[in-house]
Design a protein around this ligand. Sequence first.
Ligand code: SAM
Length: 283
Amino acid sequence: MIEKQTAHLYIVSTPIGNLGDITARAIEILETVDIIAAEDTRHSGRLLQYFGINTPTISLHDHNESQRSETLLEWLQNGESIALISDAGTPLISDPGYRLVSLVRDAGIKVIPIPGACALIAALSSAGIPSDRFIFEGFLPSKQGARRQALERLKHETRTLIFYESPRRLVNSLDDMMLAFGGARRACIARELTKLHETIETQELKYLHQWVNDSPEQLKGECVVLVEGAAKAQESDIAEVERVLQLLLADLPVKRAAVVTASLLGVSKNKAYELALALQKIK
Ligand code: SAM
């Protein structure tokens, strides 16, 4: 047993499905802190009961976080130790807690992470999609226009893209991803991770779209969608971009030549502009 904790805020990860994924350290901290701040006290009550943890709980969710954080800070300043948990996985990852952590750190109180399950990391580690560089986009906007815009902005991103998605919106999001990235881009749907119906499918977007349409069970539960980044421009591609830019720069200003080249060859406007400026200098 460790001693009773004093005046630290612990950010404790809990399982995303399989209760066996809780860590020994998480249990120890949850047992010994003075209070547990939980996104939904009823939901977390079941987890705590399962592990025989009787620590009192208090709610901290999106709608009361600002005011509740002030109260929790006062308790910490009075020497009470607190653990923050969310409904599943790592707090603050598409879950509440950021305002609390920021307030507590600004007050000079130690914030200690107790790492564990996190759906995006579990998905990335098993998808078979490049994992060396990635960006996490959280949930895409639910309205189609905003979602398409968000995806359009990511079209030239070369790092792996990770999204949290509700199965209700999965088909629409896959539609929009095909529109932005093309049906041949490889992607993965990681559904119900660590649970009975866990499915991790990595294929081209067009295949995944068809597969989800054909298998309604894929629209149940929770899922993470990963999309391989855009292919990095090869040396030979750059030579082609420069060739087209050279031709256009004879008649067009730099910015216009870059925009036309980008849309002709499907490279990013920024990259085309950068190359156009460099060519302009050596003219
Ligand atoms: N804090 C959590 C974490 O660390 O992953 C995420 C919370 S967020 C509100 C919930 C979303 O995470 C779900 O809509 C889904 O996209 C993803 N997720 C959570 N558990 C999952 C699971 N077992 N399998 C697949 N995705 C999951």
